[in-house]
Write a protein that binds this ligand. Structure first.
Ligand code: PBG
Length: 317
């Protein structure tokens, strides 16, 4: 126990340390005039358009390298094909333009997938009960282009269709967006832990008991995650994401070891809720947050998307 006997010595032998550079803040944006609480995620709100710049400015001052935007789309704008995804005036495009016009030097990450916009809550379009792959791809490419045009720096396809990274890369290059990065949600599992997120963006009621298992991965599998990552890298992904986070540390580690590519962890909504509720009820202490984040670093994550990002950035200061 000699190395562990005093604080200075423990600091000296510490192998991993979370810094503000490791954190990405997800932000829910709404068209409502006021911010609204997300019941299942205590402390997280949907932010109205006129407060977005303020929130991102604060994130920048805290030193966070990037934020990720997610829209709560009005149900009246949703349809079978998720057409609102291609509206240049949709919430994500407007918020992206506002941020880009007002704040320099913070990365803007936008999600490419149709679930915030479809009346059925799925990430792709449907025919005869099947989520159509290639038909969905052409919409995702257009979605990526309009998001990039609005000012997105990193396109993050979270839909889990096959071949979307290559299709999006080609579409970006063709439109002269050669510098736009792609962060692929390469290993995204069909997970219960997305529940509160679906409530936050208002897709939960529409999705109801339908499952995403025909495109998101089976949580029993790890070889398959490596195949998905390998495909996404060959298709042009600049970085890959594993999602959810805590139950999948083994996947992060094995991707890092096998591919030496930046891997990101997403500590998703359900994980946030578990930890936050336990802290609020004084079941565990607040130090549990940094413990979970350090676990991601130890496993090999370059950075972590977490709803705790602003709070932890403050405490690191
Ligand atoms: C949408 C998307 C989801 C999340 C991020 N992008 C939900 C889903 O696939 O159903 C989940 C994030 C979270 O739970 O915090 N494709």
């Amino acid at each position: 126990r000699r190395n562990r006997k005093s604080d200075w010595s423990r600091r000296l032998v510490k192998e991993n340390q979370i810094s503000v550079n490791d954190l990405i803040l997800p932000i829910f944006v709404t068209d409502s005039d006021n911010k609204t609480a997300i019941t299942a995620m205590p402390g997280v709100n949907r932010i109205p358009m006129n407060e977005v710049v303020g929130i991102v400015q604060e994130a920048k001052e805290l030193g966070l390298p990037a934020i990720a935007l997610f829209p709560e789309t009005n149900n009246s704008l949703k349809d079978e094909n998720g057409s609102e995804a291609l509206n240049e005036e949709n919430i994500v495009c407007r918020a992206t333009r506002l941020i880009k016009d007002n704040i320099k030097d913070i990365g803007i990450i936008t999600d490419v997938a149709l679930d915030p916009y479809t009346s059925h809550g799925h990430d792709g379009i449907i025919k005869n009960n099947e989520i159509l792959n290639d038909e969905t791809l052409s919409i995702l490419c257009k979605q990526a282009i309009i998001q990039t045009k609005a000012g997105s720096d990193i396109i993050a396809p979270s839909d889990m269709m096959d071949g979307r990274v290559q299709a999006i890369r080609k579409a970006l290059d063709k439109n002269d967006y050669k510098n736009t990065q792609i962060m692929s949600y390469a290993a995204k599992y069909a997970s219960c832990f997305f529940g509160p997120f679906r409530n936050a963006i208002g897709s939960d009621a529409n999705l109801s008991s339908k499952s995403k298992k025909s495109y998101q991965m089976d949580f029993a599998n790890s070889d398959e995650a490596l195949r998905e990552v390998s495909l996404d890298i060959s298709e042009g992904a600049d970085m890959v994401m594993v999602k959810p986070g805590m139950p999948y540390l083994d996947i992060i580690k094995s991707i890092k070891e096998n591919f030496k590519i930046p891997v990101f962890a997403y500590q998703v909504s359900g994980e946030y809720s578990l930890i936050k509720n336990a802290i609020d009820k004084k079941i565990i202490s607040e130090d549990s947050i940094i413990e979970t984040l350090t676990g991601f670093k130890r496993a090999g994550a370059s950075a972590i998307v977490t709803y705790f990002a602003d709070k932890i950035a403050k405490s690191l200061k």
